[in-house]
Design a protein around this ligand. Structure first.
Ligand code: GSH
Length: 99
């Protein structure tokens, strides 16, 4: 966000016994379909899912996709590797205290 020159407020929430209620509140307010963070409120839109949010932000400065289908492939491939790595961490309880 800083790199894009977008002013923002970074709100963080504890992942403790208060989280269940917070997640439910986000769902009820229509902020998060899955009760998970991150959520980005931007230009009147509410976006969730961190990888699509990163794609959205990159596209706003035309810095995500290339032109050809083949240009776009490495970006998707790196994204896929990152998702696998995240699952790998999660499976070994190295992430979110195993949650
Ligand atoms: N698929 C989501 C997953 C996000 C996610 O796992 N968020 C964690 C915090 S980083 C969360 O909100 N956990 C709360 C919970 O599982 O109840 C994404 O990629 O943004």
């Amino acid at each position: 966000m800083t790199e894009l020159g977008i002013d923002f407020e970074d709100k963080r929430y504890a992942y403790d016994e208060t989280w269940q209620a917070k997640g439910k509140e986000f769902e009820e307010k229509g902020l998060s379909l899955t009760r998970k963070l991150p959520i980005l409120e931007i230009d009147g839109h509410i976006l969730s899912e961190h990888i699509p949010i990163l794609r959205y932000l990159s596209r706003t400065i035309d810095a995500y996709d290339g032109v050809s289908n083949y240009d776009k492939y490495p970006v998707d491939a790196v994204s896929s590797i990152y998702i696998d790595w995240r699952v790998w961490l999660h499976d070994r309880s190295l992430f979110f205290d195993g949650h």
